[in-house]
Design a protein around this ligand. Structure first.
Ligand code: AMP
Length: 431
């Protein structure tokens, strides 16, 4: 027997029954983004590995352990191509922003993306190797504004609300400027250095590479230790303190409730000032629906002008679908199903099929190429949720007619083929 293939681990098929839900989620998200005047950008699903290393940090969990890199298939060239599937959207959007000189436009570029992301993580519920994100990036020269940070946070919250989610928590924090981050890192290291030996190897590695990641750790030992530090914002400069107060004020104006969480730092190097995360406790251990924040130096770090600032977020679509729970999946509906009752009428039915697809562009039309009894063809029509069935049987063929049946009411009418298009249009309209 030939080998049967299965999905690669950590990926999933989105079957037709689920595509309807995916489509409506995407439509609602697009509507919300349109309200806020965000424009879609589509970048390739792979980029230079170095782009991700430079933006997320070589030592970040994603770059160090989860990158899915590409190799060429020709025998002599099995080494890595220097390209990787994108693990997130920000780096590519910023790369494109710089490459296309968008910074020359006056003001802010409000951009959004929607698509698959790839990370070689250990798969579990809510954690896939191919998953989908929608994300926004508001990028522009001298664009740092607490109002904009609050707008972006409110947009994330409102996207989730528009999808029918309400039981999520928004956590916010500030990291301060890059300089403040340095002070905070030294403060943390000073306090952690005597107890770091009690933590796991991973935490010890974080201590040396990027001490903030210890704050992200889910290990109970690390959590206890962090609790004992009673984190506050003592490391912040006055400038950052004021900025943070203004972000909170702007969120209050927008009536967006938040929980201040001083230990929220986000594992990636590029964040400065505002950071936020949205979680839903019903999701269990993988409870983040999305996250984001401001990244002051990223554009410059990727070769763009110094004064360009950005703020953004990404939401995980699979997590949103998990949080929505068992939504009713509406079965697909077929508008018109054509059935021929004898082989000899197939040509006729086939011509009608193409005529209908031409004349009824809003309707879905299909025909059964396998002639069988009326009963079994009607059963098939029911399975397909057909709204109308067009029957071409002996009587119809002899009188050059077609019988139209409304499958929900059972009403049916035989119409002359000479006038059937207008007759059909009227019948469909009135049923
Ligand atoms: P991150 O860039 O890691 O902050 O991810 C942003 C959002 O994408 C998370 O809050 C999740 O909702 C989603 N996400 C991240 N990684 C995965 C994954 N491996 N599988 C499914 N969703 C993910």
């Amino acid at each position: 027997m030939n080998k049967k293939f299965s999905l690669p681990r950590g990926t999933s098929d989105i079957l037709p029954i689920d595509v309807t839900l995916w489509g409506s989620i995407e439509n609602l998200i697009r509507q919300k983004l349109n309200q806020y005047n965000y424009k879609e950008i589509r970048t390739p699903i792979f980029e230079e590995t170095e782009l991700f290393a430079r933006s997320m940090g070589q030592s970040s969990e994603v770059v160090a352990k989860q990158m899915l890199s590409l190799t060429r298939s020709d025998a002599d060239n099995k080494e890595k191509s220097g390209l990787s599937l994108r693990p997130e959207g920000t780096a590519a959007v910023v790369r494109s922003y710089i490459q296309n000189g968008m910074f020359k436009q006056e003001g802010l570029s409000r951009l959004f993306y929607f698509g698959p992301m790839f990370r070689g993580e250990r798969p579990q519920k809510g954690r896939l190797r191919q998953f989908h994100q929608m994300g926004v990036e508001a990028i522009g020269p001298n664009s740092a504004s607490p109002y904009l940070d609050a707008e972006v946070i409110a947009l994330a919250v409102n996207v989730l609300k528009s999808l029918g989610l309400n039981n999520f928590q928004l956590k916010i924090n500030t990291l301060g400027t890059a300089k403040d981050k340095g002070v905070f890192a030294r403060w943390l290291k000073e306090r952690l250095k005597d107890c770091i030996d009690h933590l796991s190897e991973a935490s010890q590695q974080s201590f040396h590479e990027n001490v903030f990641r210890i704050l992200d750790s889910k290990e109970p030992e690390a959590q206890k230790l962090i609790d004992s530090l009673h984190l506050d914002h003592s490391y912040l400069s006055d400038e950052s303190r004021t900025y943070y107060a203004q972000v909170k004020n702007a969120l209050d104006i927008l009536n967006v409730p938040y929980q201040e969480t001083p230990r929220l730092v986000r594992g990636l190097d590029y964040y400065t000032q505002t950071v936020f995360e949205i979680s839903d406790a019903s999701l269990g251990s993988q409870d983040a629906l999305g996250a984001g924040g401001r990244y002051g130096g990223l554009v410059q770090q990727l070769g763009g002008p110094e004064d360009v600032e950005a703020v953004g977020f990404a939401l995980g679509i699979e997590r949103i679908i998990l949080a929505l729970g068992d939504q009713e999946r509406s079965p697909s509906v077929l508008d018109i199903f054509i059935m021929a009752m004898e082989e000899g009428f197939l040509d006729h039915a086939y011509a009608l099929l193409h005529q209908l697809r031409d004349q009824f562009p809003q309707h879905s039309v299909e025909m059964n190429y396998n002639v069988s009894s009326m009963k079994s063809q009607l059963r098939l029509a029911n399975k397909k949720n057909a709204r109308f069935v067009l029957i071409i049987g002996k009587d119809e063929a002899e009188s050059n007619a077609v019988t139209v049946k409304n499958m929900s009411t059972g009403d049916q009418r035989t119409m002359s083929m000479d006038h059937h298009m207008q007759g059909l249009k009227d019948f469909l309209k009135n049923n």
